[in-house]
Design a protein around this ligand. Structure first.
Ligand SMILES: *Cc1c(COP(=O)(O)O)cnc(C)c1O
Length: 303
């Protein structure tokens, strides 16, 4: 890895429910990579960054919304490696920048705001060429690292997962991370994707694009009932769960991704989804900075 991952730990979770059901549960704390820029994003960027360095690009350019963990991670990684970074941000420039965009700027990212309409061209090669003309030769990283290279980078996460794990859970947005985990999982390890978007219809096409697999391997499971109404939607019950989970385990979570995954994990345990003796690993993909968009005082832990 180009970026330091020595802080990542695997944390064993003891809970009455896991004891009752005779299960082992642990959390792979990718959130420990960095206090602000955390988790899976750094892994997804790995091969893009490697290519930028090998081909002597001095600039990387990518895309995201005002709360994008991917933009924040790209800005941080670029700074660490001495690269210039450009962020193409969806929507007009707001009167007040989000905390995410402030973090991007603090890491030296140059931001360009574009209309939502124009942003839909983000995968159009002609428009990308126009951007290259505007900003000079640069390595372009798709939004969210959604690309085979992003999945390959995410597959490196599997090197940190206990080989004896029988079930691996991860929150899924673009599906790049879970595709990476799938690339390196063994057939007897079940992979559980917890999508945080409502009604994502094209997940099979996504997995096909990201992994090159023609059919979805039987060890892949998709759980579409834990999105809490859709992307970044939440209720007080989810925040209460986050506070309680932190109190019991000292594991902070974010309301957009990881809280929904941890909640799903306990709910699936309750529904006897995992046979006794299972060794479950939850991937803590980070994203804690996202909690800063919650009203103050809702969470009992620091993030
Ligand atoms: C981006 C993100 C995800 C989703 O990753 P994908 O590769 O887009 O599926 C999950 N968790 C956190 C904390 C994230 O920031």
């Amino acid at each position: 890895m180009l970026l330091n991952q020595s802080n990542i730990i695997s944390q064993f979770i003891k809970a009455p429910l896991t004891e009752l059901k005779n299960l082992e549960l642990s959390v792979l704390r990718l959130d420990k990579v960095h206090p602000v820029v955390s988790g899976n994003k750094i892994f997804k960027l790995h091969y893009f960054l490697e290519e930028a360095l090998e081909k002597n690009f001095n600039t990387i350019l990518t895309f995201g919304g005002a709360y994008s963990n991917h933009l924040a991670a790209t800005a941080f990684a670029a700074k660490e490696l001495g690269l210039r970074s450009i962020g193409i941000v969806r929507g007009e420039e707001p009167f007040r920048l989000s905390h995410t965009l402030v973090s991007c700027m603090n890491n030296g990212m140059q931001l360009q705001f574009i209309s939502r309409n124009e942003y839909t061209k983000k995968e159009n090669p002609e428009w990308i060429n126009e951007l290259k003309n505007q900003f000079g030769e640069c390595l372009v990283i798709p939004e969210g690292g959604y690309h085979q290279a992003g999945a390959k980078g995410a597959s490196l996460i599997m090197d940190l997962v206990d080989e004896k794990a029988t079930h691996i859970l991860s929150a899924a947005g673009t599906f790049t991370t879970i595709a990476g985990l799938l690339l390196k999982s063994s057939p007897d390890q079940k992979l559980h994707a917890i999508p945080v978007l409502k009604g994502l219809k094209d997940w099979k096409e996504r997995l096909h694009f990201l992994t090159g697999f023609d059919t979805i391997p039987p060890n892949f499971k998709y759980h579409n009932d834990f999105h809490w109404g859709g992307y970044a939607r939440y209720s007080d019950a989810l925040l209460e769960f986050m506070n309680e989970f932190y109190e019991r385990t000292n594991v902070p979570s974010d309301f957009v991704y990881t809280a929904k995954m941890f909640y799903a994990c306990f709910e699936l345990i309750r529904r006897d989804h995992f046979p006794p003796g299972s060794r479950i690993v939850c991937i803590h993909t980070g994203g804690l900075q996202g909690n800063q968009s919650l009203p103050p005082g809702k969470l009992t832990f620091d993030y």
